[in-house]
Ligand binder design. Structure first.
Ligand SMILES: O=C(O)CCC(=O)C(=O)O
Length: 326
């Protein structure tokens, strides 16, 4: 007999393409959208907070300002900034590196013992079926919801949040975590198409190595300097979106567009060959992805965390959904 769960699974592809399913989900999560009432007013968006939303609703407006470190000349101002002076000289160098390249690396940010605790937590949550892999088969979403160690030790880590708030020049809001056991093998993309803000660029992400990462187990890759490209939205490629539907191949076409852009600008691919406990922080618009796994059966335990900023509209440009926050 076909179970309800199987029927749902069979149709999730269709439901994910139907804007109405998100509207229903938005209504069911009204509490996580209520902050948008004031924000829509602030940014002049004249639509319901439950309705689909996308870059078309804003035009190309930068009203509200771009992040302070994206403003030309930011690097020259930093040495005079009192809060900047409080970071260690290694962190200061990395912040300057972030401005220029769109990413920074914090070697040994976490101790081995902390990482071992985190790995044990993820294993326990999987074993107890408190969490599992999402539809991609690779991503464990929001494990922090079931574990104080993941939430307080990593996602909301005070030292990390202080740094992120400084980089963004605004208070950051922890949004989601993604744990990987194997490499993602995800094509090159920028997070700004998946987690979008108005004004643009108010998202930041951290990537933590939970074991050693080398060329064989599908390292994270990235293109230094690509964060300076204009933000690519569904208006810059043929998304196939219509009034009722999200284009069936919108994500693939987006990734094709990014592949073309990398070629056109000649960006150089780099890999993050990390040690356990190293953290890489990337800019909302840095192009990155997961390299192919060439060592059969190799694991690549890692955790990504995404942070939005307070006071901006947060949404998902590909699926045209407002972000549920809280
Ligand atoms: O960890 C990876 O392989 C890539 C992760 C990624 O691209 C993302 O979370 O945006």
């Amino acid at each position: 007999m076909v179970s309800l769960r199987d029927t749902f699974k069979k149709h999730t592809g269709f439901l994910r393409g139907l804007k109405l399913s998100y509207v229903i989900n938005n209504l069911l999560n009204a509490d996580k959208l209520k902050h948008n009432k004031a924000l829509y007013k602030k940014y002049g968006v004249k639509k319901s907070i439950y309705a689909p939303i996308g870059s078309k609703d804003f035009g190309y407006s930068l009203a509200g300002g771009i992040p302070w470190l994206d403003v030309p000349g930011a690097a020259g101002m930093l040495p005079h900034n009192e809060d900047f002076k409080k970071f260690s000289s290694e962190e200061q160098q990395q912040i300057l590196h972030f401005i220029e390249n769109g990413f920074m690396i914090l070697k040994g940010f976490y101790k081995n013992g902390e990482i071992e605790k985190l790995n044990a937590e993820v294993e326990r949550l999987l074993k107890e079926q408190k969490t599992g892999f999402n539809y991609t088969g690779r991503k464990i979403m929001d494990a922090y919801r079931f574990s104080d160690i993941i939430k307080n030790g990593f996602f909301n880590n005070k030292r990390l949040l202080k740094l992120l708030d400084f980089i963004m020049g605004k208070k950051t809001i922890p949004f989601q975590t993604i744990n990987f056991i194997k490499g993602s093998e995800q094509r090159a993309h920028s997070d700004s198409i998946h987690m979008t803000t108005q004004p643009p660029g108010h998202l930041i992400a951290t990537w933590t190595a939970l074991e050693q990462v080398h060329q064989g187990n599908g390292p994270l890759f990235y293109y230094p300097g690509s964060h300076r490209l204009p933000y690519i939205t569904t208006q810059e490629y043929d998304s196939g979106n219509s009034y009722f539907f999200i284009g069936k191949n919108s994500n693939k076409k987006y990734e094709d567009k990014i592949a073309e852009t990398i070629k056109e600008f000649g960006f150089q691919k780099k890999y993050f060959h990390a040690d356990k406990g190293d953290v890489l922080i990337w800019h909302a618009n840095l192009i990155h992805g997961g390299e192919a796994i060439t060592q059969k059966g190799a694991t690549r335990k890692s955790m990504v965390a995404h942070y939005f900023c307070e006071g901006v509209i947060c949404y998902h440009e590909i699926s045209q959904r407002p972000a549920l926050i809280g």
